[in-house]
Design a protein. Structure first.
Length: 210
């Protein structure tokens, strides 16, 4: 190897040593920060997983209480993380249990308290609440709650509210829209057809023919 090459290598190594001395603090700080972020992320994942497992166990306990000890079910449901999917689903089941026990007002309160970002769960809660409001003599409030329905069940609930108000034209229109969203083999078609007939309408076949 030539002398010039050796000098260049020595010069390069000195430059590297000098750069490391000047930037050592920053390098170590960056490494420490990176390790801290990795540890923080792992801790968050572990904590999040443990919280979900705990919530799942609490949900299972709440559902068991609904089946075996309804008197304690409300407390069990209340122990679930507010706003979680577990809390919303358990509250839906609690409301059903309350309806079965002829506790309509309690069921209404339970459904009103459901907070969820899941659009499907929110839609089911809104639909069930509207039905209970209509059954409880508050069809106007049910209509306001339903707004512009997106599902067959919500359209049916809207039809029920209109019928309770003797608004038969609107009721027939709502029932017809509900039927239009159901498959020919749906078990809900027969009841909807009866409701439409009772409101003065004529059910159409699934192919659109009367």
């Amino acid at each position: 190897m030539a002398i010039d090459d050796l000098l260049n290598e020595h010069e390069q190594s000195e430059r590297v040593r000098s750069w490391l001395q000047k930037n050592a603090l920053g390098l170590f700080g960056g490494v420490a920060l990176g390790l801290g972020l990795i540890w923080g992320w792992q801790w968050w994942q572990k904590s999040h997983h443990e919280n979900r497992v705990a919530a799942g166990e609490t949900y299972a306990s709440a559902i068991k209480a609904l089946e075996t000890d309804p008197a304690k079910a409300k407390t069990a449901v209340a122990a679930l993380p507010p706003g979680s999917e577990y809390a919303a689903l358990a509250s839906l089941q609690l409301a059903k249990t309350q309806v079965d026990a002829d506790q309509r007002d309690a069921a209404i309160a339970t459904l009103r308290g459901i907070k969820t970002e899941d659009a499907a769960v929110a839609s089911v809660a809104r639909e069930r609440l509207a039905r209970l409001l209509t059954d409880g003599g508050k069809p106007q409030e049910a209509l306001k709650l339903l707004g512009a329905p997106q599902s067959a069940g919500a359209w049916e609930a809207k039809g029920d509210a209109h019928k309770a108000l003797s608004q038969l034209d609107q009721a027939r229109a709502a029932y017809a829209k509900a039927l239009a969203q159901l498959d020919a083999g749906s078990p809900d078609r027969r009841l909807l057809e009866l409701k439409l007939t009772d409101a003065g309408g004529t059910p159409s076949n699934p192919d659109g023919k009367t």
